[in-house]
Design a protein around this ligand. Structure first.
Ligand code: BGC
Length: 436
């Protein structure tokens, strides 16, 4: 059965954002941000205080960094040498899920099991040394409220995590208890931060004039340095970094695929923006579009963003790779024109995602500029979608140009690879040094 061309065009249009709409989206994002700055309950974003500003760049010493934000847990020992320099002394990592073996993120897993697994990894990073004192920075990349640099309390799991007994708890308290059970109480968590904040700290440590940090990966979120917020319990300079939790931005009109996916997701109504842009969801959206075209609406094929990326990259004459992926996941052999259409849809979904993310960056650039001029600056981004997904980066740049015109030459996005680990070590140093 070949795809119906009208239906295909209609779906393609659903995933296309023109110039005017892009501008409206950026303006709406900024408005939502301004509402939140006045009264956080008015914004669809959580706009969480981080209790940290920018580093001085002079931070020094050896720290532990725990990166807990996706299915891979990583622990690093990092030596900060000041002047933007550092060295990773040790690095260990392990997934929270190995299919058929264990799964610490499913509904049946408990907080204790999850944090014991993490403590074991921390122990590996310190080679079982239970005597030396270690200060640990913890990148915990889920929406959490905190009123100092230590006590992030998980509001709600995102990214389809479902482990019992963590929502409502202080992540570092669960970690401290697990470290005690392992006899590793010499490791002291002193700072907790969102991965966006970690990326911003890491980039700002190395590259001055960076005020916005973002993750564009399995999940999506952005933070920025808000100069008007100061808190006696905070450290760092230039104001306070606000973790927007903009994955929850919901003042956008979703298309029918977004709406349908949301309804059947683990947390309907939550993370609407993230479900439109991040790597966890793009493959699902593509699958839904294909199901509609094949007349099997509701069927799920388990397409991932890696599948999408491989299909988009397949420029071979017969689109062999793309056809193979469709065969393996959708279970159909499509003719050449339809494989081409699937590739077009995959591209449209990625381009929409990149344009939405760019609109949110521009909203923050506008916000920081206020009524003044836009200054030269970098937006630090980390994450697999930004780094590896074809079409993502170039479409962010294009959309920034469309929105900022001449000023676009002052704003660029830079990859801050591995910022989650380095940022955590920097935050720990700032906490220990009491850098205000
Ligand atoms: C979480 C954020 C996080 C982002 C990127 C989202 O699902 O809510 O806290 O920054 O994923 O990891």
């Amino acid at each position: 059965m070949a795809f119906n061309n009208e239906q295909f065009k209609d779906i393609l249009a659903e995933f296309t954002i023109g110039g005017e709409r892009l501008r409206e989206i950026a303006a709406t994002f900024r408005q939502d941000l301004q509402l939140g700055l006045r009264d956080v309950t008015l914004s669809s974003m959580r706009m969480l205080k981080s209790y940290v500003g920018l580093p001085s760049g002079k931070e020094r010493g050896e720290y532990l960094a725990l990166d807990f934000g996706g299915t891979n847990i990583r622990v690093f020992r990092i030596r900060l040498d000041g002047d933007g320099k550092y060295e990773i002394v040790k690095r260990v990592g392990r997934p929270l899920v190995v299919p058929g073996e264990y799964d610490y993120i499913c509904k049946d897993a408990t907080a204790e099991q999850m944090f014991d697994f993490i403590a074991e990894l921390v122990d590996e990073a310190i080679d079982g040394d239970h005597d030396t004192k270690y200060y640990l920075g913890h990148t915990f990349s889920f929406p959490s409220t905190q009123d100092n640099l230590y006590n992030a309390r998980l509001i709600i799991w995102t990214k389809e995590f479902a482990t019992q007994g963590v929502e409502g708890e202080v992540a570092n308290d669960l970690l401290v208890a697990a470290l005690k059970r392992r006899d590793a109480a010499n490791v002291e968590p002193v700072a907790v931060l969102n991965d966006t904040v970690a990326v911003l700290l890491s980039a700002a440590y190395k590259t001055p004039d960076t005020f916005i940090g973002s993750i564009y990966a399995t999940g999506h979120n952005t933070c920025y340095l808000e100069p008007t917020i100061h808190d006696p319990k905070g450290v760092g300079k230039g104001g306070m970094i606000l973790n927007l939790e903009c994955g929850n931005f919901s003042k956008l009109v979703p298309n029918r695929f977004d709406a349908e996916y949301d309804e059947r997701s683990e947390k309907p109504g939550e993370q609407r923006f993230e479900k439109m842009v991040s790597g966890r969801y793009m493959g699902e959206l593509l699958g839904m579009a294909i199901a509609e075209l094949l007349g099997e609406k509701g069927k799920q094929y388990g397409l991932t963003s890696v599948d999408m990326s491989m299909m988009i990259l397949d420029e071979s004459e017969n689109l062999t790779k793309a056809s193979d992926i469709i065969m393996a996941k959708v279970g159909r052999e499509l003719d050449f024109e339809d494989v081409q259409k699937v590739r077009e849809l995959a591209s449209a979904i990625v381009i929409r995602s990149a344009r939405l993310v760019a609109a949110s960056f521009v909203a923050l650039v506008w916000q920081r500029a206020g009524s003044g001029k836009i200054v030269r600056q970098h937006v630090a981004v980390d994450g697999s979608v930004y780094e590896k997904m074809p079409l993502a980066k170039e479409n962010i740049t294009r959309a920034i140009s469309e929105l900022l015109g001449e000023d676009a030459s002052k704003v660029d996005t830079i990859l801050d690879n591995g910022g989650s680990g380095l940022g955590a070590a920097i935050a720990a140093a700032m906490a220990v040094e009491g850098n205000a």
